[in-house]
Design a protein around this ligand. Structure first.
Ligand code: SF4
Length: 341
């Protein structure tokens, strides 16, 4: 899979007041990508396409270069204290993606260029909490690694956090374009996680992302570059033969990480969930999806902003958790499972 290149770029005029904004404009001009001006991302209209579905697909290859106005960071439990806002949106087409809920009507990708202001805000949060550590999650609203070869804002964030005393950074990705991050001065403060899943899930629900083997090759590279490494198994999904499917996943994971220093390896486990609004959006955008979203077969769990989610019933969730923990324990006995949710 080739690194992401946008087909269309919008630039907010204010973004040009920042060095990164000007740099990106120049870069996209040289690449001969069509650039349009927009006063605000909310005015990004007229994304080409004859129908909703085409507009949606084209949105996913549209990049908006803008500034982050709201500097209040969202919380990001259970993996971190705060979400550090570097970008929103993603070019991937994972059917189950959580962005179907949070960015339902705005699926284009936005990158923020006012990094200094974002870092100043992060510093305030760290000051408030010290001497406790403050963990920042950079992949709450996008797959930041997948666009960073264009912007390098993640690289700058890794180096910013690397210099702090009380900060830590983490993010997760399904992309393998990590080469420019290998020489970042991370000082061991960034946990680089890869999203992994059974063959069935990757094949049926994750179009537009890097293959499992490419992700694993990238994982080896970042581990060799001294980054603390982690894997997120998400969404854990009960497909036919899921036990064998997930068993094979850990077998492949273990054989491809043979010889790599796995000190401090972590796993995070997230069962599949969906919301009612997301289900509607997913059915419209991926009408042929095999993704099972039958409310009758799930348990309702109250959620933030009054939007509840459907997770597996307690017994099934326990079975999933127990089975996956067993596999991890037998293939990676030293690894820490940070949570199952
Ligand atoms: Fe969503 Fe992640 Fe897939 Fe991108 S790679 S579409 S953010 S699940």
């Amino acid at each position: 899979m080739k690194p992401f290149i946008p087909q269309l770029v919008y630039i907010e005029p204010q973004a040009l007041e920042y060095p990164l904004g000007r740099e990106l404009k120049e870069k996209f001009e040289k690449m001969n990508i069509e650039i349009r001006e927009t006063t605000s991302h909310n005015q990004v209209r007229n994304i080409p396409g004859d129908n909703e579905l085409q507009k949606y697909r084209n949105s996913k290859s549209t990049l908006v270069v803008g500034i982050r106005r709201t500097l209040k960071f969202d919380t990001s439990k259970p993996s971190a204290e705060y979400a550090i806002p570097l970008a929103t949106g993603c070019m991937g087409h994972c059917h189950y993606c959580y962005l179907q809920t949070t960015l339902g009507s705005k699926p284009y990708i936005r990158t923020y260029v006012n990094l200094e202001e974002i870092f100043d805000q992060a510093t305030k949060y760290m000051e408030e909490r010290k001497p406790e550590l403050t963990r920042f999650e950079a992949a709450c609203t996008s797959d930041i690694v997948g666009i960073d070869h264009l912007t390098h804002s993640l690289k700058k964030t890794i180096e910013f956090i690397g210099q702090t005393e009380y900060g830590q950074l983490r993010f997760v990705t399904k992309y393998h374009h990590v080469d420019h991050l290998l020489d970042a001065k991370h000082n061991g403060k960034t946990r680089f996680r890869f999203s992994v899943n059974s063959r069935y899930v990757i094949k049926n629900f994750e179009p537009g992302t890097s293959s499992f083997d490419d992700r694993l090759e990238a994982a080896r590279k970042v581990a060799n570059a001294g980054y603390p490494l982690g894997f997120i198994v998400a969404p854990i999904y009960m497909h036919d033969d899921w036990r064998e499917g997930y068993h094979e996943l850990f077998q492949r994971l273990s054989s491809s990480l043979d010889g790599i220093n796995l000190n401090g390896l972590t796993f995070e486990l997230i069962q599949h969930r969906f919301t009612k609004p997301a289900k509607k959006v997913i059915e419209k955008r991926y009408p042929k999806t095999k993704l099972e979203m039958d409310e009758e077969k799930r348990k309702y769990k109250w959620g933030r902003y009054g939007i509840g989610k459907y997770v597996y019933p307690t017994d099934e969730a326990k079975d999933l958790e127990h089975t996956i923990r067993e596999y991890i324990h037998s293939y990676f006995p030293e690894a820490e499972v940070q949570y199952f949710t």
